[in-house]
Design a protein around this ligand. Structure first.
Ligand code: ADP
Ligand code: ZN
Length: 521
């Protein structure tokens, strides 16, 4: 199943709010949708639920989902319904009304997904009901619960194999437990010993070097990154269409062969760039995220982000286009306070429902956590996708550990300046206050009388800018779209303000900023 299938892309976007698949999801969705018995082993947080929810929408009939986690089932049903998908659950937590409704919907052929707790399977009534319904697929979450030797053994899971035989429909089993013994038990008990299509996929791409840098004359940063890789095929991702054109021109002036690419171009012109990229050696394509879906070039040697991507998933997908041949590839992601503000406001001002906005902020936070990481970036990245790993030795932070300092005091001063001014101001004014600068705005508002006025003279403006950027990066403060982007404290910041938690900030970024204080970060 590919993202280039418009139906899939459309469902991904409209029902789930995703721009594409995560690594591994596409193949599993394809296998499950085409009715193959499937065993998928994916790390927790890797995105298993999409691998049966999307096929459920693409297939006829009802998908029966068996999961031991009642709260999780209820969450999924609520989220699906909120996005217009007919889903229902039969669990011990149901009211009689809810149960009656689910039965009605099922009989009327209205349901697409029916979630069920395993203990229900033992009852004759439930089996009778399932036999009479148009079940076309069984999805088993936490499939390792069938293993008698595991910690999570659920005797009722043993019924699933029998149910599958009775209904004679394909079965898709999901688990995060990867050991061979558990896998064999799943195959024996759920698939009657016949090996299903099995997907076991980690997220690591060890040949890709990871690096981030705070913006500091970003165009120069980018040009010097490209200069060191002259003649090698690369992609530069930009936040806006206009920027793709100006950056491509700037790179061209440095003697690179370049093309730009964005969604505002004619289809023919876009295809031409795609074909050139495939064919020519060492072309640099400067593009928006529109570039990539159809690109399948194995020897892309580098990917740079001139602006911060919108989420950790987008980041992973975009850097993942480099080095598909397994040979070393390099990446660089530039980011600054303006990027954070822009990404936040795009989420806040978008049309997505509130639940999804919260999730989008979360995915942006994960990316910012990666940007401001203090240790191995690959560890941070993989742990987001549920995989544990050691330090990789192939990222900027493994190679040059950042200098850090206790930023608690600076952060508290910054927070206090915001709170004492009613959370109505942006970082520029707050920095004037802590630095004790009598600007017109400060005087007009009487802010020179605040106890916070001038408490931060020990840091330069550039240093304060870096502190505020990191505060935003750690989600201690967020711009409020209803207050023209004024910074407001988040719940995360409370423990620090109250002196119950400390925070470590990166010094190296501050130093870099100090050496060229005039730039916009
Ligand atoms: P698992 O069941 O594997 O632990 P989930 O299915 O709950 O994981 O997904 C984990 C998180 O990843 C969820 O917040 C989900 O919204 C998000 N997610 C899953 N697939 C995608 C995708 N293709 N793009 C972006 N986010 C995704
Ligand atoms: Zn590392």
């Amino acid at each position: 199943m590919t993202e280039s299938d418009p139906k899939v892309t459309d469902l991904l976007k409209t029902v789930f709010g995703f721009d594409g698949f995560r690594p591994g999801q596409g193949e599993v969705v394809e296998a499950v949708t085409t009715g193959q018995d499937t065993l998928a082993i994916m790390p927790t947080g890797g995105g298993k639920s999409l691998c049966f929810q999307l096929p459920a929408l693409l297939r006829g009939g009802v998908t029966l989902v068996i999961s031991p986690l009642i709260a999780l089932m209820r969450d999924q049903v609520r989220a699906l319904r909120a996005n217009g998908v007919a889903a229902g659950a039969l669990t011990s937590g149901n009211t009689e009304e809810e149960t009656a409704q689910v039965f009605d919907d099922l009989h009327a052929g209205r349901l697409k997904l029916l979630y069920m707790a395993p203990e229900r399977l033992a009852s004759g009534a439930a089996r009778h009901m399932l036999a009479g319904a148009d079940i076309s697929l069984i999805a088993v979450d936490e499939a390792h619960c069938v293993s008698q030797w595991g910690h999570d053994f659920r005797p009722d899971y043993l019924e699933i194999g029998r149910l599958r035989a009775e209904l004679d429909v394909p079965l898709a089993a999901f688990t995060a437990t990867a050991d061979a013994e558990t896998q064999q038990e799943i195959v024996n008990r759920l698939f009657a010993g016949v090996q299903p299509r099995t997907f076991l996929r980690g997220f690591d791409r060890p040949n890709i070097h990871l690096a981030f840098a705070a913006k500091n004359k970003p165009r120069d940063q980018l040009l010097s990154f490209a200069a060191a890789r002259k003649g090698l095929a690369g992609i530069v991702y930009c936040g806006t269409r206009a920027r793709t054109e100006t950056l491509a021109a700037a790179l061209g002036r440095e003697g690179h062969t370049t093309a730009f690419y964005h969604g505002g171009m004619e289809a023919d012109a876009r295809r031409e760039v795609e074909a050139r990229f495939q064919r020519e050696d060492g072309l640099i394509v400067v593009a928006t995220v529109a570039f990539g879906m159809g690109v399948d070039k194995p020897d892309i040697r580098w990917v740079a982000h001139a602006d911060l991507p919108k989420s950790i998933e987008a980041y992973y997908q975009e850097i993942g286009r480099a080095g598909r041949d397994g040979a070393p590839a390099e990446t660089l992601t530039l980011y600054g306070a303006d990027d954070i503000r822009l990404r936040r406001s795009q989420i806040d001002e978008g049309l997505a429902p509130p639940e999804r906005r919260v999730a989008d902020h979360g995915r942006l936070n994960a990316l910012l956590g990666l940007a401001e990481a203090l240790g191995c970036r690959r560890r941070v990245l993989l742990s987001y996708f549920g995989e544990e790993s050691g330090d990789c030795g192939n990222c900027d932070l493994c190679q040059t550990p950042p200098e850090t300092f206790d930023g608690t005091d600076a952060v508290r001063k910054g927070l206090s300046a915001a709170l004492r001014t009613g959370e109505w101001f942006g970082s520029g004014h707050l920095i004037d206050i802590v630095m004790g600068i009598r600007t017109e705005k400060v005087l007009a508002r009487g802010h020179e009388d605040l106890p916070t006025f001038g408490v931060g003279k020990d840091l330069s403006r550039a240093q304060w800018q870096a502190v505020f950027r990191q505060m935003m990066g750690h989600d201690l403060m967020r711009p409020d779209p209803e207050r023209h982007g004024a910074l407001r404290m988040t719940q995360e910041a409370r423990p620090i303000l109250r002196g119950e938690a400390t925070i470590t900030l990166r010094r190296d970024l501050i130093k870099k900023a100090t050496s060229r204080p005039a730039v916009k970060m």
